[in-house]
Design a protein around this ligand. Structure first.
Ligand SMILES: [Zn+2]
Ligand SMILES: [Zn+2]
Length: 175
């Protein structure tokens, strides 16, 4: 069975444990948690007050996880140089991905806290980024988790699962 190594980066334990179970079910993959073997602060950009997701991906790829996949799960805000922020990023058809819970939290929009909604958004974005590592590009099927999302409202419209076409692709590529 294929293995996914989850690397928490300033992430609350309350978000991490349920995420493992949901990813195991959605992706039919073994999920293990490992502490980062690098200093996440090396990817912090002080002028932006955010963490550079490109640099995080490079560090994650250096983690000694054999041939398994590796995904950073950050509680802090991520950016790529050309964008204000990203919910996550992945290597297309590669081994590494990173997601952030930071902008999935109602708190930063001045809305009432909703831990269940936050958790659901994080699962969807984690499954989405993992889909990219299986070589999936963005999908236009209604509710497919591989639809592109720029705003949390768009994440809320998606399911946490793949549409039948994307599912078939992932099943053909896993292992
Ligand atoms: Zn995407
Ligand atoms: Zn799809």
């Amino acid at each position: 069975m294929a293995t996914l190594h989850l690397v928490p980066i300033h992430l609350s334990q309350a978000l991490l444990q349920p995420l493992c179970a949901r990813l195991e079910r959605s992706l039919r993959i073994e999920v293990l948690v490992r502490r980062p073997g690098f200093d996440p602060e090396d990817t912090f950009d002080a002028s932006r007050g955010q963490y550079n997701s490109r640099k995080l991906l490079a560090k994650l790829l250096d983690e000694p996880v054999g041939g398994g996949r590796v995904m950073g799960v950050a509680g802090v805000d991520l950016f790529v140089p050309v964008l204000t922020y990203v919910f996550g990023e992945a290597q297309l058809d590669g081994r590494a991905a990173v997601v952030s819970s930071y902008r999935l939290d109602n708190a930063i929009y001045g809305l009432p806290l909703d831990p269940k909604l936050l958790h659901e958004r994080l699962v969807k974005e984690a499954v989405h980024e993992m889909g990219h590592t299986y070589g999936l590009v963005h999908c236009h099927t209604h509710k497919c988790v591989m639809r592109s999302s720029t705003y949390v409202e768009e994440i809320d419209l998606k399911d946490e699962g793949f549409c039948p076409d994307c599912r078939q692709w992932v099943d053909g590529r896993s292992g």
